[in-house]
Design a protein around this ligand. Structure first.
Ligand SMILES: [Zn+2]
Length: 354
């Protein structure tokens, strides 16, 4: 009996050694009840129903022929931000799963109702901002259910996530990449930083910069961080315009990220090291009326410089807006309507460029 047991153990050991010599075939990726074989892609329309409203989410999954990580690319969380949405559509045509190592889950347009409704920031079905309700709710309103779907069926399936935004209809914006920095998860933060840097934008913005992430995720990419999944953001595009230049910049950034993660083959083309912005200052309007900016996004401004002024509804001057720090204008309201509490400028602290 003992001899037989020894023989069995020997045989088991032999079999284990032997199978390890043969590479396991790459498995299909299971998504929404479908099986996607290596080298194949699948376009699916996910749906969310809350009893009153229905929302659909176009997603394409690319199952690379070779093994590698799963990257989630999410566009159109804000439906009026067109360059990310157009870049996602372009990327879907460019990606060839027979040439990929790993899996790409591409959300073409997370907020279809906001897009078709030409709605700034919110989903018009329930008037909620999708990028303020993460992780969402299984039994909430349609936007909360959308966030829940993205959290669990997309983000939860990924090893890396990038969420792609632009300046909304009233917003001028300097293109940048961003990532979350929390001191208690240095490895996660560092992976996010490397993703952001790899994308090749001249500015990289550090979000968070706190000891720990205590609150709800609230934001799409922060839901990934909450789950321990490295993530980064892109902000590229302005004033709700579908400018080809910004669509191309996003496409280039996403390919750079795919190469960085070794999902696509190649080496990263050289790009100047980005400037890391560790502190941002927001200026909010104290009044309701008209806003007349006197600078543009991307401009360097120095402390004390007049950036614009606000008038009442008759056009009477109410106040000047003055820069509180030296830095670069990352994001600003560039159209006249202004409400008390609206963000006029977000300035990234930075030295004067040489
Ligand atoms: Zn956005």
């Amino acid at each position: 009996m003992l001899i037989l047991l020894r023989f069995c153990l020997l045989l088991t050991g032999f079999l284990v050694v032997n199978t390890s010599l043969v590479a396991a075939p790459r498995k299909p990726f299971q998504f929404n009840g479908k099986s996607i074989a290596p080298g194949q892609k699948l376009a699916v329309l996910l749906s969310v129903i809350d009893g009153r409203d229905t929302a659909v989410v176009p997603v394409t999954v690319f199952q690379g022929r070779k093994p590698g990580p799963v990257l989630g690319i999410i566009a159109g969380v804000h439906g009026y931000e067109y360059p990310p949405i157009l870049a996602a559509q372009q990327l879907a045509r460019e990606l060839d799963p027979t040439q990929l190592s790993g899996t790409v889950i591409l959300v073409h347009l997370a907020n279809v109702s906001g897009f078709l409704g030409r709605s700034v920031n919110v989903n018009p079905q329930d008037n909620k901002n999708l990028n303020r309700v993460f992780p969402g709710k299984a039994n909430g309103t349609v936007t909360e259910r959308l966030a829940w779907l993205l959290s669990n069926d997309i983000i939860g399936r990924c090893n890396y996530v990038v969420d792609v935004h632009a300046g909304d209809a009233p917003e001028d914006l300097r293109p940048y990449a961003g990532y979350y920095n929390y001191f208690d998860t240095p490895e996660l933060s560092e992976k996010g930083r490397q993703m952001a840097v790899a994308m090749g934008f001249p500015y990289v913005i550090q979000f968070g910069n706190e000891p720990t992430l205590k609150a709800e995720s609230v934001y799409c990419s922060r839901e990934a961080i909450k789950r321990g999944i490295p993530a980064a953001d892109i902000e590229c595009g302005r004033l709700g315009m579908p400018e080809a230049e910004n669509v191309a910049l996003i496409g280039q950034a996403l390919h750079r990220l795919l190469v960085h993660l070794r999902i696509e083959e190649g080496t990263l083309p050289a790009a100047p090291a980005p400037y890391l912005v560790t502190r941002r200052v927001s200026i909010d309007s104290q009044h309701t009326g008209f806003f007349f900016p006197q600078v543009k996004a991307g401009e360097f401004i120095y402390k004390g410089r007049k950036l614009g002024y606000v008038t009442d509804l008759f056009g009477n001057h109410l106040t000047d807006v003055v820069a509180p720090i030296n830095g670069v204008v990352l994001l600003m309201t560039a159209t006249p309507p202004i409400n008390k509490g609206d963000n006029l400028f977000t300035i990234g602290e930075a030295p004067r460029p040489e």
